[in-house]
Design a protein around this ligand. Structure first.
Ligand code: HEM
Length: 518
């Protein structure tokens, strides 16, 4: 009898192709590593801070970015230095203005931020193919922030009703919720309404998909940054969070495509109705994207990517700033009475929340700005990809392909009096000085306050973020007593230059008795 054997071939036959494939992968990895080493940053001569071995330097930067940045900033004051091998050239503050004045085609902010987020492996490259979503924020959203305020107000009420359940018997009057997670959900709901309308806001599938996408992008970007250049592709094949990005994207498209198709089909016949409604209520960003898009931007894939990318740019950053400000309000409760009184008196005088009310809340604005100074989302910033050889005014040559950044936190601290002290009314007092009333606001950028960038590519969503943060904190102060489940200021989580609010802390909320009539 002939025994059946599956035709897998002999052991030698199996090993040969496997070995050949392994050699091929190794050779291409080495080739990539060597070719990358000869371009961009590698051509620029500057001292390395941290280990000479790039991968060791990446690990130490991953764990102790603050120490590494402090070392570079103090040791090479006024001179360029390199971070994590050849990954980043850190330029001293005095070059900021010159870099700021370079045109986009010479110093590309988006490309630098995408490189930082490892866009090839996080599938974000599409963002560098269009500027439409930036234009829409600047020309359609920002001029209509006043119209957006009643919408945000309503969405916040609904989001709190959903995310803050009534207290259980065990908790007495207090309801305990995970702080960062709850704030994230609240911000996610508000921005889903602003970006995609009521249908997206009410779609829990969308809220979960957008949240999952964001989480997986960050985890993948941070993990891949640790891997040497030539091995990143291979590493990404083995990372579940990287596969999940594609899954999240696929799900997002399934949710958005029918919805965008429907919107496109009615956009012309309903033009008059939309225009009329628009006088009373902020429509949504998707509507503007559809109306403004031409050519490839008008394809379903591009429109869906833009909506998802806006959630990426907006939700995490806003939720982080809001959570940190909340942690500070609980850590320094002495500010609560004064800020609560400011919010109460302004909205009583204005008869409700108005755009002008938010402008008048100068103490609250100052507190949020101080919180951002002390707990910035990123220690490094003003990232630019230099796309052609450039010689700066003092002769410094930046080669094409260089990736430059600035140590934005030490720069701000150098320009702040008593910089280690938390002073919630620091910026409020600065604004009292003659001709300073419009400066030093949370959303104001300057040459030494760079958390939103500065100049032509500064964050176009910062005004919206400022409003959402103020309205959420204002609502909380008027309607709730709140405290943390711990006395110490919660320590954040650090990974590379990023700081994330502590996700373990619980917030305890209790309804206040006297509700103002707003
Ligand atoms: C506290 C919250 C936020 C922080 C800290 C923040 C921070 C930043 C930073 C640092 C940049 C890069 C600036 C540069 O490269 O010079 C940026 C760009 C950007 N942000 Fe924000 N952001 C926030 C909220 C938002 C929101 C709410 C939106 C959307 C509504 C948004 C949309 C964008 C976009 C589209 C860009 C790219 C701008 C361009 O390429 O010209 N951001 N943001």
């Amino acid at each position: 009898m002939v025994e059946y054997r599956p035709s897998l071939g002999s052991t030698t036959q199996l090993w040969l192709p496997a070995a050949a494939a392994a050699v091929l992968v190794l050779v291409s990895c080495i080739f990539c590593t060597v070719s990358i080493q000869r371009t961009g940053n590698a051509k620029f001569i500057a001292p390395f801070v941290g280990s000479k071995h790039a991968w060791l330097a990446r690990w130490s930067f991953f764990y102790a970015a603050e120490t590494v940045i402090h070392e570079g900033h103090t040791k090479y004051e006024g001179k360029p230095w390199k971070l994590t091998g050849n990954d980043v050239i850190v330029l001293p503050h005095r070059y900021l203005n010159e870099i700021r004045k370079l045109p986009f085609h010479q110093a590309n902010a988006m490309q630098a931020n995408l490189d930082n987020m490892q866009s090839k492996f996080t599938h974000l490259d599409i963002l560098n193919t269009t500027r439409l979503f930036v234009q829409v924020l600047k020309t359609k959203v920002n001029p209509q922030l006043a119209l957006m305020i009643p919408t945000v107000r309503r969405e916040l009420d609904a989001a709190f009703a959903n995310e803050v359940p009534p207290p259980s018997i065990n908790e007495g009057d207090w309801t305990s919720v995970p702080a960062f997670q709850t704030i994230h959900r609240i911000v996610g709901r508000v921005s889903a309404r602003i970006f995609g309308g009521q249908e997206l806001r009410d779609d829990s599938n969308w809220l979960n998909t957008a949240e999952g996408y964001l989480h997986n992008i960050f985890v993948t970007a941070i993990t891949i940054r640790l891997v040497p250049y030539g091995f990143k592709t291979v590493a990404s094949w083995f990372l579940p969070c990287s596969w999940k990005i594609s899954w999240n994207f696929w799900k997002a498209k399934r949710i958005l495509y029918p919805y965008i198709r429907y919107r496109k089909s009615i956009v012309e016949e309903k033009a008059a109705e939309f225009a009329r409604k628009r006088r009373d209520e902020f429509p949504d960003v998707l509507q503007y994207l559809i109306e403004q898009a031409t050519g490839r931007d008008a394809e379903l894939m591009s429109l869906a990517s833009m909506v998802l990318s806006l959630s990426l740019a907006s939700n995490h950053t806003t939720a982080m700033a809001l959570t940190e400000a909340l942690y500070d309000l609980c850590t320094y409760p002495e500010y609560q009475t004064e800020l609560r009184e400011e919010v109460r008196s302004v909205i009583e005088a204005d008869g409700g929340w108005r755009k002008t009310s938010l402008v008048k809340m100068r103490k609250l604005d100052s507190f949020i700005k101080e919180s951002q100074r002390m707990r910035p989302p990123s220690l490094m910033g003003y990232k630019r990809k230099i796309t052609e050889n450039i010689t700066l005014s003092d002769g410094l040559q930046l080669p094409a392909g260089a990736h430059v950044e600035f140590a934005i936190v030490p720069i701000q601290q150098d320009n702040t009096i008593n910089s280690t002290e938390f002073d919630g009314l620091r910026y409020y007092r600065l604004r009292q000085a003659p001709s300073q009333a419009h400066r030093h606001q949370f959303a104001t950028t300057s040459e030494s306050v760079l958390h939103f960038g500065h100049g032509q590519n500064s964050c176009p969503g910062r005004f919206m973020a400022s409003n959402v943060i103020k309205m959420t904190l204002g609502k909380m102060m008027l309607e709730y007593d709140f405290k943390l489940d711990q006395f110490k200021r919660p320590e954040g989580i650090h990974a590379f230059e990023y700081n994330f609010p502590n996700p373990e802390v619980h917030l305890l909320l209790r309804k206040r008795n006297q509700m103002p009539s707003v």
